[in-house]
Design a protein around this ligand. Structure first.
Ligand code: FBP
Length: 696
């Protein structure tokens, strides 16, 4: 007899099946990541390491005088410290922690590490979490972090425990409110977990609260992987921000599944945009993890030099500045070339990885982004309401730009927008104009995640493929055996029709239809011309069927992998890395450091070589244009095209494109796992870079 719903709902088995807790969650919460040997001791101390050198920006020296002379500090075991050291180390403290910017897998373990170390040193120490990011500091919104809360979130993804936000503490008002909060909570130390902009915040807070004795420690977070710290001699101090590995593996898992589907169904090109606001580290790692057929790397495109243009200009005795860097058109041609070559080998399908920030490396788009950033920032500075509030519709924004252009030409003056800009901007599709004019984030950054980059690129690719199709240069190759069998089945002689139909009949395994044959009509003309059939004869059905199979149709499916990977649970690497970062942050606090970033050296090697460190933030800062102004910020690390990881991808590109008969070379990354036994121990990018480098 069927049970009533109410009876079913009361069934304990049903409650277990439909509950929020599954066995993976239980295992994750229970798991205690391994710790670097120094952390198994009761006390740690800091030892300045004078081997590292930084080139200090004058402005950093001026604006951050109290922390600019900080040095790299190695976290060491303090084996038998004296009583006064022990007393200081273990004194009761109040520590605050805040997440800032986008979520990144592993954040909860930073809190867990900090909490465990703080409570081990003194169970009476209190740890407060600031809610909803830096706003929590400005508005004094906190939650006391307890054992119960920590245990609920161990080894889990997201920043759900205290949430996050993107507010920047960038005005004297916000700075003084933040200081007031820290003072009213009697904070001894504040830990800022964030990316480049948040580390900038941390440096200024450390400077500002130095005299109040409130320490500020940062923790390098961002899935984008663009916080990588080296000294002036290129020695690696922090090879990767946390969250990168988990997000890359989550993306790679999905892209890997698409590779499997593509090569089974053989009809789609899967176009996968992967996050990374500017740098292409994530796209590079996904390429290494999956061997997708096409993987674009923004930094590589910026490096492109059009030799033909340079030669042409040299002959004419001029210089062609547009020959440096990639244009959208050139990029779309590179993709088309790959698509056409695969099609010729019978593979009218594939997987392409496009970095979210690719447009940042395209000359003409970069110019627009910079100009529009400045225009929007200047407007916001001089008007009560913001640019986007005053001009909510695209047409209003365009009209404002037109007015600016007109004013520039009337005044004959210099302005960020002129009539040439306006004309070029007009050629861009509406949805992309809108994208380029979207609201900037709180740091004045262009929000690449809001722009359908892949749509712009694929629009150009489709247009050009159509041209190539018309020219007879884009064809699907037909396997010679298949052609023979199909014709013989209809009692036609393949060796007679083959040379008439194909341009490479003879030795080739995949046959390509002659360029002149682009429709059934031109097919018939060719067969008549070659004497295969008479003027009034129909094209033999088997021949027509073969011809139809050679007509390519470029069918795409597009995806954006970003927020999903950002919310994934951390890999073993990120679980372990972040737990040790939390322990490092406490060690820095207990030893009186401020203005330092908690880091782990040797991440590019195995866990047994990891070394916890404090890295000075101020010497890493330099001036950068943000919202039309030069600001002191932590430098973002882009993909180094001379580093082994990229060189390997470049060298294997042709193999992974697999534009030859035979199987593809896809690699299937296993799903994310945090069990030490089966987990990948570090990102492939790091492994490769370690293989090809030496340092301190
Ligand atoms: P963080 O640098 O703050 O970690 O954020 C990175 C990122 O995930 C980018 O990859 C992406 O472009 C951006 O955040 C998306 O921002 P938002 O969450 O505001 O849409």
């Amino acid at each position: 007899m069927t049970k009533q719903t109410s009876e079913l709902l009361d069934d304990p088995q049903l409650q277990e099946i439909t509950g929020n807790i599954n066995s993976e969650l239980v295992e994750r919460r229970k798991y205690i990541p391994p710790v670097c040997p120094v952390f198994s001791k009761s006390y740690t101390m800091l030892k300045e390491d004078g081997r590292y050198r930084f080139e200090i920006d004058r402005e950093a020296e001026k604006q951050l005088p109290k922390i600019i002379s900080n040095k790299v500090q190695a976290v060491m075991a303090a084996d038998s410290p004296d009583a006064s050291f022990r007393e200081k180390y273990c004194r009761k403290r109040t520590v605050g922690i805040v997440f800032s910017g986008g979520p990144a897998p592993g954040g909860h373990n930073v809190i867990a590490g900090l909490f465990d170390a703080a409570k081990k040193a003194n169970p009476e120490t209190k740890v407060y979490g600031f809610l909803l990011g830096p706003d929590g500091i400005i508005e004094n919104e906190t939650v006391e972090i307890t054992q119960r809360i920590v245990d609920e979130y161990r080894n889990l993804g997201g920043f759900g425990m205290i949430k996050t936000g993107r507010t920047k503490i960038d005005t004297s008002k916000k700075m003084s409110l933040s200081k007031e909060t820290c003072k009213s909570l009697k904070l001894d130390a504040l830990v800022v977990v964030g990316g480049d902009d948040s580390n900038t915040n941390a440096a200024f807070l450390a400077q500002d609260m130095f005299d109040d004795g409130i320490q500020v420690i940062s923790v390098p977070k961002t899935i984008d992987g663009d916080i990588q710290v080296r000294d002036a001699d290129g020695n690696v101090l922090c090879a990767m921000s946390f969250g990168f590995h988990s997000a890359a593996r989550a993306f790679a898992n999905s892209v890997g599944n698409l590779c499997t589907d593509a090569s089974s169904d053989v009809k789609y090109w899967h176009i996968c945009k992967v996050m990374g606001r500017v740098a292409s580290h994530l796209a590079l790692e996904v390429a290494l993890q999956t061997h997708a057929n096409i993987s674009l790397i923004g930094e590589d495109l910026a490096d492109y030099v059009d030799k033909r243009r340079i030669e042409r200009a040299e002959k004419a005795g001029t210089v062609d500045y547009t020959a440096y860097g990639t244009t959208l058109r050139h990029l779309s041609r590179v993709i088309c070339d790959a698509v056409v070559r695969r099609a010729a080998a019978g593979k009218n399908y594939g997987v392409a990885v496009i970095p979210e920030g690719v447009l940042e490396f395209i000359n003409e788009i970069q110019v627009f982004i910079t100009k529009l950033n400045t225009i929007i920032a200047e407007y916001n500075k001089t008007h009560d309401k913001g640019f986007h509030a005053d001009f909510p519709m695209l047409e209003d924004k365009l009209e404002y730009l037109r007015r600016l252009a007109r004013r520039t030409s009337e005044d004959g003056g210099l302005s960020a927008w002129n009539t040439r800009d306006d004309d070029l901007f007009k050629d861009i599709p509406g949805f992309f104009q809108e994208g380029l004019l979207t609201e900037r984030d709180s740091h004045g950054n262009f929000q690449f995640s809001q722009v359908p980059t892949e749509k712009v690129l694929m629009g150009l690719v489709k247009d050009y493929l159509n041209i190539l199709k018309e020219r007879g240069e884009y064809k699907v190759g037909i396997q010679k055996d298949y052609f023979r069998k199909s014709l013989e089945r209809e009692h036609l002689n393949p060796d007679k029709y083959g040379p008439a139909l194909f341009r490479n009949y003879g030795t080739a395994e995949f046959l390509i239809v002659k360029p002149s044959v682009i429709s059934v009509k031109t097919l018939k003309q060719e067969l008549v011309r070659e004497g295969m059939i008479g003027e009034n004869d129909p094209v033999p059905p088997a021949v027509e069927k073969i011809f139809r199979k050679t007509i390519p149709s470029f069918k795409t499916q597009t995806y954006f992998y970003g927020y999903d990977g950002r919310g994934s649970d951390p890999t073993w690497f990120d679980c372990t890395y972040t737990y040790n970062l939390g322990l490092t942050a406490f060690s820095l606090i207990a030893n009186g450091a401020t203005g330092q970033m908690a880091a782990v050296k040797n991440l590019e090697h195995g866990f047994s070589q990891w070394e916890p460190l404090g890295v000075p933030i101020a010497p890493l800062m330099h001036l950068e244009e943000r919202g039309g102004k030069l600001n002191l910020v932590l430098e973002k690390s882009l993909v180094d095209v001379n580093a082994p990881a990229f060189r390997v991808v470049k060298a294997l590109r042709e193999k992974w494109l697999a534009a030859v008969p035979g199987e593809d070379n896809f690699r299937k990354p296993a799903p994310i796992c945090f069990d030490e036994e089966c987990a990948e121990d570090r990102p492939l990018t790091l492994k490769l870079n370690a293989l090809g480098k030496s340092g301190i």
